[in-house]
Design a protein around this ligand. Sequence first.
Ligand code: SF4
Length: 222
Amino acid sequence: MEPELKNVVRVTPSEKIRFKCSFCGECCRHVKETVPVDCQDIFYLSRFLRDSGEKFDCTDQVLQKFAEPVLINESGYFVYFLKSVGEQDACIFLKDNRCRIQKAKPKACKIYPFVVEPNESGKHRYLLSRERIAHFKGPQTDVKAWMKKYFNQESREFLASDFGTAPQISILLRGIPENRKTEALLHFHRLRYSEYDLDRPFIDQFQRNQEKLLAVLESMCE
Ligand code: SF4
C-alpha cells in the first residue's frame, strides 16, 4: 500500500483487507458534507423512496429534503451531499444505528471502506479509508471481490463518463458571462439532477442529459 492522504491509502485490486461492520453506526456520524450523492445515487434513491410508499415522485423533492449543495470550484460547479442532523452530525438516514435506505444507499456508502477515484487513463483507482481502524478485523477479502460485489457495471460506466466531462463543464461554466450565470446553473441543475423519468433506465437518460448540458453551455459561452 502506498501512503497518500491522511488516513487514506491507495490499494490495488489484488490486495486483501479484513473488514467487518459492527453495526455501531459510527461511520454514519460526524458526516457533515462527507457523504456525496451524485445524480445516479439520487435517481435510485428517489425510485426507492417512491416505491416504498413515501410521498416522493421526482428527484428534486428528494434532493430538497435530504441533500444540500456544495460548491466545488469557483466556476459554479456544485455537487450534493447528504444532510447531517443533530449534535453528532449524523447522516439524515441513520435511525437506531441502522441505515434506513440500505437498499438504495449512495455508492460512497456501498463501497466503504473503499473510495473510487478516476485515474489518468479514464478508468478507476481504489483507495482505502482507514479512519475507523476498529473495523479492520474479521474475514479477509480482496479489493477486486469487494468492488465486483458493490461497484456494478452501470456505476463504473456512469463514473467514467461523469469524471470525464466534469472538467469540460467547469471550463464552459467559467466562460459564461456573469449576467447569464444563474441561467446556466439552472440548466446545470436541471440536466444533471432533475430531468429524469424514474420509470426509465438511468444511464441512457444521464448520457442524453450530459450531451444536452454540454450543448446548452457551449451555446451560452462568450
Ligand atoms: S446513507 Fe446510510 S450508510 Fe450512508 S451514511 Fe447515511 S445512514 Fe450511513
